[in-house]
Every structure is written in C-alpha cells, then in structure tokens.
Design a binder for this molecule. Structure first.
Ligand SMILES: [Fe+2]
Ligand SMILES: [Fe+2]
Length: 187
C-alpha cells in the first residue's frame, strides 16, 4: 500500500515538468518575446483539475490518518492543508487571468508574470516539503489497514494527461514535455 506514496511522488515529477514548462514560458517576457498563452492556459486547466481535484485531496486523507498515528504532526498537516487551499485559489485565479488575456481583456504581463512565477515557486516548495517530511512518515507509520481505509475514502480519476490516455486538450502540453525529456536525454 506504500505504493500510494510512490504514485504521489511520480505525480510530483509530472507536476514539476509542467511547472518548468510554465516557468520557461513566463521567462519569455524577459526576452521580449510573446509566451504561448494557450499552452499556459492548458497547463493551468490541468493543474486546477487533476492535482487540485484528486492529488491534494488524496494527500489530505493520508495526512489525516497519519495524524491518528502521530498527533505531533498536527502543525505540518494543518500547514499543508492550508497550502492546498492557497494552491487551488491562486491556480484558479491564474487560470482565469490567462483566459482573460486570450479573450483580449487583460494586460498580459502584469496579470500573468508575477502571479505565475509565484505559483511555480510556491508549488515546488510545497512538494519538496511533503516529500521530505510527511511522505516519509506516512511510509513509516501507516499500516496496511490504514491504507485500506485510505483507498476506500479517496476519489480516483485516471490522470487525463499522464494516465493511460491523453485528453485532446492536453496533447500540445504533453508534446512539449516529451520534447523537453528527449532534449535532456540527448544532452
Ligand atoms: Fe500537496
Ligand atoms: Fe503533493
């Protein structure tokens, strides 16, 4: 059952690739180039759907069982749950801003660059904290019957970008990531 944590770590790897791609697009502002707004919108569409809808709620359930095994983790559990809210709210706002830019109703750089970079940095730190703290404790302290209860409780949906099949609207983002992977393997 510890493979649930392994799955969450793999998903973090996928989210890091998406954040790298988002950051690379935001960096284009500095070079005086135009970022690909529709690509960034698709990234945020995914981030506000799969991680906010399934990955983070799964973690919240796992952490609640961890709290029963070790009450001293309460401050970390509370803080990570708070961060899940911040990520969901800031992601939804960024997604809205990107959609408004595409519709031509917003100043692109002001509404997208700073909140985008903040989102990327905050998200990376959040995942690093989980991996170095509560994931390790969950692997160590949760028992098979806890994992069974956790699995009964969490909602699951096939990952629409990195799962068995890729949804049409995520294909462009996925192809960019596959190209970046090929590039890093070749260098
Ligand atoms: Fe999380
Ligand atoms: Fe996570």
């Amino acid at each position: 059952m510890k493979n649930e944590i392994a799955r969450l770590r793999i998903e973090h790897g996928n989210f890091r690739k998406l954040l790298d791609l988002l950051e690379a697009q935001l960096d284009l502002f500095h070079k005086g180039e135009q970022p690909d707004y529709s690509l960034m919108t698709d990234i945020l569409h995914y981030m506000t759907r799969y991680p906010d809808g399934f990955h983070h709620p799964t973690e919240d359930v796992i952490f609640s069982y961890l709290l029963e095994r070790d009450p001293s983790v309460a401050p970390s559990v509370e803080e990570l749950a708070r961060q899940h809210h911040v990520i969901a709210e800031s992601g939804a706002r960024l997604h809205e801003n990107l959609q408004s830019v595409i519709a031509g109703t917003m100043m692109p750089r002001k509404m997208v660059e700073a909140p985008g970079l903040q989102y990327v940095t905050y998200y990376r730190t959040h995942m690093d904290t989980e991996e170095s703290d509560l994931f390790l404790l969950a692997e160590r302290l949760l028992r098979d019957d806890d994992w069974k209860k956790i699995n009964d409780k969490v909602l699951s949906e096939s990952d629409p970008m990195f799962g068995a099949s890729i949804e049409e609207r995520y294909c462009a983002v996925y192809n960019h990531i596959a190209q970046a992977d090929d590039g890093s393997r070749a260098s």
